[in-house]
Write a protein that binds this ligand. Structure first.
Ligand code: GAL
Length: 497
């Protein structure tokens, strides 16, 4: 009996025993509009977030804006010391398109924009931190919105011109590039449900046009790097896609189908054209939107079609799979007759919700469901032939507590699921990024929801920074390559988990 117990014990694996592989890379992330400030400094042009927050402050929960935000425009150099002491391998930041190209087009480059990012990149490298750069994190130059924004196909070419400027000026030092951050969110929010700039309410049309331009732009920017820069600069280019895990609400076949349709039409929408063997949009998506469009009296599908050349250009256009993940929903089919057609959610035709007993962060959508993270990682492995995944965002919101035990619980539990995905499921995950380095401007929620491992005092003109307990816990994870529930940093009270 005793031996049996010993055997059972030996065969049982505990996530606490797992360590991160030796080459696993850790980082933290921010995005230009959310942290930089300097909204009209030295030649910067206006972008759609400047315009939205200035003209329609009522859409922002606390009527705030990113005019100053964390003032990283003036604090980039000192912030690097906080990154260094945290011990990150890389810093994920984004370029502000209108700081580099004030009117969006590459015929006019703003020297101060080039200076600012040169200084940041050089300082990072001097301190042994790799710059991991996103080209577009939602702040489209306003003049490009005035010609229609992403639904206008021409914007794909203008994005490639911008990408070319970035490769040319920074590619000697930046080796890790992300073209777009979360296209599903900025296309859906910008052109369908109005929850992100430019805050248009759509009808199942502009949202797909936006995505179509973005996918074409991504493919072209990747091919540009491949043909013109890769040999000399030797870097890599990818994209960051986001998704919840969508768990079927029961074992019934229709609920299982609802979960699958939801992930295909929210995430496969971008992932399938880039990462699948066949390329193009998922067939379930093409079929459903064509069918709905026809019943709604449209002469053709509201989902645009790629040419065979575009399918080829986009297929395989990524050197890694950037994944942002925060939470999970349960899904079931939308009852017949529900939903207002035409619309993206009627096309998807499911209802998704969180369980009332799940813990929720300060953001009403952010339920803490660590097991969903692992299921998603396994789904990606199976669906796209185990690509190299880098978690480019994951994190938790609260009201800004320094003793942020709930954030620590979130990181520990999500990282444990990630370790199981690596060690038990064979998922190919090479990096992890905590969102966020600093408390910052959380889009429509203004400064009311805090994601940082560093507290920023937004009432202080100097925007002083104070590392939270989670900063030290993350630092310990980075140093020891494991999750340690018992670790309590000096001068903080122990958390009760
Ligand atoms: C992501 C986004 C970030 C940040 C985060 C927390 O969708 O990329 O900019 O806001 O969510 O809500």
């Amino acid at each position: 009996m005793k031996w049996l117990l010993v055997l059972i014990y030996a065969c049982t694996s505990y996530a606490e025993d797992y360590v991160f592989p030796p080459n696993f890379q850790f980082g933290v992330a921010t995005a230009s509009y959310q942290v930089e400030g300097g909204w009209n400094a030295s030649g910067k042009g206006e972008n759609i977030w400047d315009v939205l927050t200035h003209n329609r402050p009522e859409l922002i929960y606390d009527q705030s804006n990113g005019d100053i935000a964390c003032d990283t425009y003036n604090k980039a150099i000192t912030d690097v010391q906080l990154l260094k002491s945290l011990g990150v391998d890389f810093y994920r930041f984004s370029f502000s398109w209108s700081r580099i190209l004030p009117v969006g087009t590459s015929n006019k480059i703003n020297p101060d924009g080039i200076r600012y990012y040169n200084e940041l990149i050089d300082e990072l490298l001097k301190n042994g931190i790799k710059p991991f750069a996103t080209m577009f994190h939602w702040d489209l130059p306003q003049p490009l919105q005035e010609i229609g924004g992403w639904p206008n196909p021409v914007v794909a070419d203008l994005f490639v011109d911008y990408a070319n400027v970035l490769f040319e000026h920074f590619g000697d030092r930046v080796k890790d590039w992300i073209t777009f951050n979360e296209p599903a969110v900025f296309c859906g929010g910008g052109y369908e449900d109005g929850s992100k700039a430019p805050a248009y309410k759509g009808n199942g049309f502009g949202v797909y046009l936006c995505a179509h331009t973005v996918l074409r732009a991504h493919g072209k920017a990747y091919r540009l790097y491949e043909s013109k820069y890769k040999a000399s600069q030797g870097g890599r280019v990818g994209i960051t896609l986001d998704t919840y895990w969508f768990e079927p609400s029961s074992d019934k076949p229709e609920d299982i189908e609802a979960g699958e349709i939801t992930i295909q039409m929210n995430f496969g929408w971008f992932a399938h054209p880039i990462y699948s063997k066949e390329g193009d949009y998922p067939s379930v998506m093409k079929e459903r939107i064509a069918e709905k469009s026809s019943t709604e009296g449209f002469p053709r599908s509201r989902l645009p079609e790629f040419t065979p050349e575009e399918i080829e250009e986009i297929r395989g256009s990524s050197d890694f799979f950037g994944l942002n993940h925060y939470t999970t929903n349960k899904c079931t089919p939308l009852p017949a007759g529900w939903g207002i057609p035409p619309s993206q959610w009627t096309d998807i035709g499911t209802m998704c919700y969180y369980e009332t007993n799940w813990e929720i962060g300060a953001s009403s959508w952010l339920a803490v469901v660590p097991w969903g993270f692992r299921k998603l990682l396994v789904w990606i492995k199976n669906e796209y032939n185990n690509p190299e995944v880098i978690i480019t965002e994951n994190g938790f919101s609260d009201k800004g507590e320094l003793n942020d035990c709930r954030r620590i619980n979130y990181y520990n539990t999500y990282l444990e699921e990630l370790l199981k995905a690596i060690h038990e499921d064979g998922c190919n995950i090479s990096g992890y990024t905590a969102w966020s380095f600093l408390d910052n401007f959380e889009w429509m929620r203004g400064f009311t929801e805090k994601f940082g491992v560093i507290y920023v005092d937004f009432d202080d003109p100097d925007r002083s920074r104070t590392p939270k307990m989670s900063y030290y816990v993350y630092k310990n994870i980075l140093a020891t390559k494991r999750v340690d529930w018992k670790f309590t940093p000096d001068s903080f009270n122990e958390c009760e988990f």
